[in-house]
Design a protein around this ligand. Structure first.
Ligand code: FA5
Length: 338
C-alpha cells in the first residue's frame, strides 16, 4: 500500500494537464481503483491488522487527495497563464487605417454659398426634382415652342412630367404659396441632356428670388457683388452683360475675371479674361401675373447659378466629370476645405 502511495505521488507530480490528473485520481482513488482493490482484501486479516491497514489507507488517501488538489491548482494556473500568453494583444502594433469620410466638393460649395445668402436674410426653399411642365416652363413665361422644351434638351417621363431643367420652378411654387416680401434661395439637383467637359446631365443650381416693393436692379447688383466677393475674394472683377431669359426683364449674365490667369487671357477663359458664372434679371411682369402678384405694386429680382461651375473655378478643376466619378483620390483632395 505504501509503494502504491509512492507510485501515485510520483505520477501526480509528473502530470502535465488536468485530464492526466483526473485519470490518476480514477486509477488510484476511484470505486474500482487500486487502493479500493487492496481494501477489499482486508477481510482476510486480523482485527488489529485491519485497523492498522485501514488507518494507513486513510492516511495515504488523504495525502493523495491533498497532492491532487495542489497539483490541480498548479496546472490550472499554468493553463490560465498559457491562455493569457496566447491572447495577448500587442498594443505597440500600428492600427489598421480607418478612412474618415468628408463632404463632397459640390456639397461643401453648395453649403458655403447657401450660408452667404442665409447671412443676408434669405431663407431656403425646396421643390421637387420631378416637375410639371407648367411650373418648369409655362408659368415662367417660356413659350410652348421654346427650344429648351425640346426632347433634345429635357428629360421627359412617360406620364408627361419632366425632370426639372433648372431651379426656377421653385420661384413659381414659392410665389404661389407666399406673399411678398419674399427672399429665398433654392438649392438642388437639375437635369439636362448635356454631356461634355463643362456640362453634366445632372448638376446643381442655386436659385435666388427677392420680391418686395421698390426692388431695383441696383439691389440685385449689390447682393451679387457681396456674394461673388465672399466666394472669390475682394479683388475679383465682376461685369454684368445684357442677356435674355423669358422669365426676367431686363436680363443679364454675370462674368467674373478669370480665376486662372487673373484676367490676362488663357485657355480656360478662351483668351477673354472673363468667365460666365450666373444668369439673373428683374422678374418679368408675366411671371408675376401667372402667380397672382400685382406687378404694379411689387418688383423683384432672380438669379440662378451652377454650383459645379463655381466649384470648378474655385478649385481649378478642368473637367466636370471628375466631380461625379467618385474617385477617392480626387475627392480626398478637398477634405476639410470649404
Ligand atoms: C438657367 O438655368 C436659369 N434658370 C438661370 C436664371 C435664374 C436666370 C433666374 C435668370 C433668373 P442657364 O441655362 O444659363 O440658366 O444655367 C445657369 C447655370 O447653370 C450656367 O451658368 C451654368 O453654370 C450651369 N449649367 C448649365 N448647364 C449645365 C450643365 N449641363 N452642367 C453643369 N452646369 C450647367
Amino acid at each position: 500500500m505504501k509503494s502504491l502511495g509512492e507510485e501515485a505521488k510520483a505520477l501526480i507530480q509528473k502530470a502535465t494537464d488536468l485530464k492526466q490528473l483526473n485519470d490518476i485520481r480514477v486509477a488510484f482513488l476511484g470505486k474500482k481503483g487500486k487502493l479500493k482493490n487492496i481494501l477489499k482484501t482486508l477481510g482476510k486479516l486480523s482485527p488489529e491488522e485491519r485497523k492498522e491497514i485501514g488507518q494507513l489507507a486513510n492516511k495515504i488517501k488523504e495525502e493523495l487527495e491533498e497532492l491532487l488538489k495542489s497539483q490541480e491548482t498548479t496546472l490550472k494556473q499554468k493553463a490560465l497563464e498559457e491562455e493569457l500568453r496566447k491572447e495577448k494583444i500587442d498594443i505597440t502594433l500600428p492600427a489598421s487605417w480607418i478612412d474618415i469620410g468628408s463632404s463632397h466638393p459640390v456639397i461643401s460649395t453648395l453649403i458655403g454659398i447657401s450660408e452667404i445668402f442665409i447671412s443676408m436674410g434669405f431663407s431656403v426653399a425646396e421643390g421637387p426634382e420631378v416637375e410639371k411642365e407648367e411650373y418648369n416652363f409655362d408659368m415662367l413665361n417660356i413659350p410652348k415652342d421654346h427650344p429648351a422644351r425640346d426632347m433634345q434638351d429635357t428629360f421627359f417621363l412617360n406620364n408627361g412630367d419632366i425632370l426639372r431643367t433648372h431651379t426656377s420652378p421653385v420661384q413659381v411654387r414659392t410665389m404661389l404659396t407666399r406673399k411678398p416680401p419674399i427672399a429665398i434661395i433654392a438649392p438642388g439637383r437639375v437635369y439636362r441632356k448635356d454631356a461634355d467637359p463643362t456640362h453634366s446631365p445632372m448638376f446643381h443650381q442655386i436659385e435666388g428670388l427677392l420680391v418686395d416693393e421698390n426692388v431695383t436692379f441696383r439691389d440685385l447688383k449689390g447682393i451679387l457683388k457681396i456674394f461673388l466677393e465672399s466666394v472669390f475674394g475682394k479683388d475679383v472683377g465682376i461685369r454684368f452683360r445684357p442677356s435674355y431669359f423669358p422669365f426676367t426683364e431686363p436680363s443679364a449674365e454675370v462674368d467674373i475675371s478669370c480665376t486662372v490667369c487673373g484676367g490676362k487671357g488663357c485657355r480656360v477663359c478662351k483668351g477673354t479674361g472673363w468667365l460666365e458664372i450666373l444668369g439673373c434679371g428683374m422678374v418679368d411682369p408675366n411671371v408675376f401675373k401667372a402667380v397672382n402678384i400685382d406687378p404694379d405694386k411689387y418688383s423683384g429680382f432672380a438669379f440662378g447659378l451652377g454650383i459645379e461651375r463655381i466649384a470648378m473655378l474655385k478649385y481649378r478643376i478642368t473637367d466636370i466629370r471628375l466631380l461625379f466619378e467618385n474617385n477617392m483620390r480626387f475627392n480626398h483632395q478637398f477634405k476639410g476645405i470649404r
